[in-house]
Design a protein. Structure first.
Length: 423
């Protein structure tokens, strides 16, 4: 079997769903496990629904739920001309039950409530796509990831129980191929031993594809996107991008670690462990070659890759008593940083200064000052960029630093990382 993953952009409207069907026709007769994300920006809408529920804003809650219902029903009206088709009752029931949640008891665990609601985007999306594909004559069965992927209770960032999950796929998923060519399941979600829904982290549908492939010993995974494959830079920030025809698992992990957005960072490990190749292909031009990610590192160095993180803040901490930054001080700094929930993109220290770079939209400057100012002098610079270059040379560094001031830089044999700002 092969595993396909279709993200939100590839099922964002009726035409996109029809395009998924046209891609499946190219593989007619093959056994396919398909992982599908929520449609379009549905996950964002579901997050707003959770926030309204948590804030007890009933009118806002109901308005966003109904707006999401209308969005999905509009897509369905173009896919299912028969107004009496069973899928309408099914999807309306999902939204009715979501509406009813406002009048049900709410726990004191926001992350738990988040997972129970946000996961519905994938459930609804897969039900619609599965019903359409069945209607068009492809033997298919809808499979519930909430009964397949077993996780711990770390809501919003759940860890997979690989042994139990593998057993579930072997016993409940693979046997269904005897009756169906295509099995459709949800990205991003799993379940605890008690049966509560969990999510695997934002943008986790790629990871789900890796889980399915690992547990089923798939031949390959294909992630269908709106780009021709993995590019050496984000076209939003870089002219003349180049497609990477082939890279290694190692290179893919490095790129995703530094912030490349094409592949979810957790996706690679289960595939590498079983040497299952990963293809990144265009759902706009499905017959084009795309990118293959596999074991060999032979071609990794041929094309430099550029990763840009915008809107960064650089904090520098200096002990007020002028003590050297040794292990004890660094341990104290990290303990304090954990209270701010800052996620570090780059860090560097000297004898007296410790500097970190973080995403501006993920940290409160005021909170950092509150946590550190009793013991440390704190300085910060806003409006910065972090540029990471894999397989750099001086020409590539010069290219990204035109009219830029370099505030901090780190280099290894293969990677250069530069914190810069406009001159």
């Amino acid at each position: 079997m092969n595993v396909f993953k279709f993200g939100g952009a590839s099922v964002k409207d009726a035409e996109a769903v029809k395009n998924v069907l046209s891609i499946l026709h190219l593989f007619r007769g093959q056994k396919l496990g398909i992982v599908i994300s929520a449609m379009g920006k549905t996950t964002n809408a579901m997050e707003l629904i959770v926030e309204a529920l948590w804030a007890r804003e009933k009118e806002v809650f109901a308005e966003i739920v109904e707006e999401s219902r209308r969005y999905h029903l509009a897509i369905m009206s173009d896919l299912f001309p028969d107004a009496n088709a069973g899928i309408y009752a099914d999807i309306n029931t999902e939204f009715d039950q979501l509406l009813a949640k406002f009048n049900e008891p709410v726990t004191d665990n926001f992350d738990f409530e988040y997972d129970q609601i946000v996961s519905l985007g994938e459930v609804i999306s897969t039900k619609i796509v599965a019903a359409y594909i069945q209607q068009e004559g492809i033997p298919l069965k809808w499979m519930d990831a909430r009964k397949l992927i077993r996780t711990d209770r770390k809501y919003r960032e759940a860890e997979v129980n690989w042994e139990r999950t593998t057993r579930n796929f072997q016993e409940r998923f693979l046997p269904e191929f005897e009756q169906s060519d295509v099995l459709v399941t949800q990205g991003f979600i799993g379940h605890t031993s008690e049966g509560f829904t969990t999510t695997l982290g934002r943008e986790g549908s790629d990871f789900t594809a890796g889980i399915v492939a690992y547990c089923c010993n798939a031949e390959a995974v294909t992630i269908w996107k709106d780009v021709p494959g993995m590019l050496n830079a984000d076209p939003k920030w870089f002219d003349n991008t180049v497609k990477l025809d082939q890279i290694s698992f190692k290179e893919a992990i490095e790129l995703s670690y530094y912030g490349a957005s094409v592949i979810h960072p957790k996706t690679i490990k289960p595939l590498q462990n079983k040497k299952i190749p990963l293809y990144v292909k265009s759902f706009i031009h499905p017959e084009a070659e795309g990118t293959i990610i596999q074991e060999s590192t032979a071609t990794d160095h041929l094309v430099p890759s550029f990763i840009f993180k915008m809107n960064q803040i650089l904090f520098s901490f200096t002990p007020k008593d002028f003590s050297f930054l040794v292990e004890k001080n660094l341990s104290d700094i990290f303990d304090r940083l954990s209270k701010t929930k800052a996620k570090i993109n780059i860090m560097q220290n000297s004898a007296l200064d410790f500097s970190i770079l973080v995403d501006a939209d993920k940290v409160s400057i005021q909170r950092v000052l509150e946590v550190f100012s009793d013991t440390y002098h704190v300085k910060f610079n806003e409006g910065l960029e972090l540029v990471t270059i894999r397989h750099y040379d001086q020409a590539t560094i010069d290219r990204v630093t035109v009219d830029k001031q370099i505030l901090l830089q780190q280099k290894t044999r293969e990677t250069a990382r530069l914190v810069v700002r406009q001159k």
